[in-house]
Design a protein around this ligand. Sequence first.
Ligand SMILES: NC(=O)c1ccc[n+]([C@@H]2O[C@H](COP(=O)([O-])OP(=O)(O)OC[C@H]3O[C@@H](n4cnc5c(N)ncnc54)[C@H](OP(=O)(O)O)[C@@H]3O)[C@@H](O)[C@H]2O)c1
Length: 400
Amino acid sequence: MSKKTLIIGAGGVASVVVHKCCQNHGVFPDICIASRTKSKCDAFKEKLDGGKTKISTAKVDADNVNEIVALIKDYKPDLVMNIALPYQDLTIMDACLATGVDYLDTANYEPKDTAKFEYKWQWEYRDRFEKAGIMALLGCGFDPGVTGVYSAHAQKHHFDEIDTIDILDCNGGDHGYPFATNFNPEINIREVSAKGSYWEKGRWVHTEPMEIKREYDFDGVGKKDMYLLHHEEIESLALNIKGVKRIRFFMTFGQSYLTHLKCLVNVGMTSIEPIDFKGHKIIPLEFLTAVLPDPASLGPRTKGKTNIGCIFTGRKNGKPVNYHVYNICDHQECYKEVGSQAISYTTGVPAMIGGMMMLTGKWKKPGVYNVEEFDPDPFMDALNKWGLPWQDTFEPVLVD
Ligand SMILES: NC(=O)c1ccc[n+]([C@@H]2O[C@H](COP(=O)([O-])OP(=O)(O)OC[C@H]3O[C@@H](n4cnc5c(N)ncnc54)[C@H](OP(=O)(O)O)[C@@H]3O)[C@@H](O)[C@H]2O)c1
């Protein structure tokens, strides 16, 4: 039966999802792109129409459950892919519950007025999704997403016990701006200016923002400074990779980015507390987002590569094992293929693959799940086929 997919959002990541769904038209023969600004959806349609995937567009405010429900009832999709912002996760999940349709996203819910992201709000939907006989796949981008699939792959094929996981996210790309973010500025700045944390021996260890710094020599990129951040997949991996003793997440940042960020934090521009400005209530971070370059516009300017992956330590058959699995992605190659930089690409491709896993029934069970709870093999194969090939080594340099 011909499957229909509703894609909500029309930003940098959605652009890649739409391109990749059109390439994979056998699984995505019919898509509807819906977002707050319909002209952005129409621009995608104009660019990609004429291929084998039938494309329609719609306007939707995804903060409004009734509007999403009406759109779902009208279009009748088999799957809703939330590629808007984390603020919309719960409203879109509510609409999926009301209409009995499967759900996928790439980032866990964040309340708009608290810079805090955790899975508890979405995990609370487990029973309701299970009873309704529908599935939600959470966090199916690269990190979270592929990092969870890598973890399930390591667990299934290379370890009896995993002791430690270090997730390393390196962006060696240069867009030429002194300061810009590679995905939604508001979400990005909330993430990196928050306190850090990691999971050790069954509890969270908290750090000051950017307190823990390491240098790492990344294959394909070279030496970069990376900083420990809190990241959402730590929470789900701590639950799903049984016996794991420590999970950390590191991301690379250049000096220019950090200097600008520090200054913006110090002057209050990253605050999410509303202020009064000439009689208007404005939120400084929202204003900052409006003046920063749109991540979707960085594609033509960004040169260099990303290297994102996981280093595992543990044992197999009583012997110690170290294992590093990662992907190297080239910004300019991504731009040539789909008109986007690698951060959008490395998020959009796994989202398409997650949708494919659900629509083809390879990953399908009622309830709310994280990616590492499914068989990683078909996903790992699809990564090689659809643009994010992985490589691995049993002799990685470990992070101290
Ligand atoms: N897991 C990962 O590896 C990973 C990595 C990077 C990003 N992400 C996630 O990917 C998602 C998309 O990021 P992005 O960089 O593509 O962001 P973006 O360029 O800012 O695009 C967001 C899109 O969502 C739309 N939107 C926002 N609020 C909406 C609402 N209430 N109703 C309908 N549409 C709405 C926006 O509409 P307008 O065009 O009208 O503003 C825009 O088209 C985010 O959730 C981000 O956290 C995940």
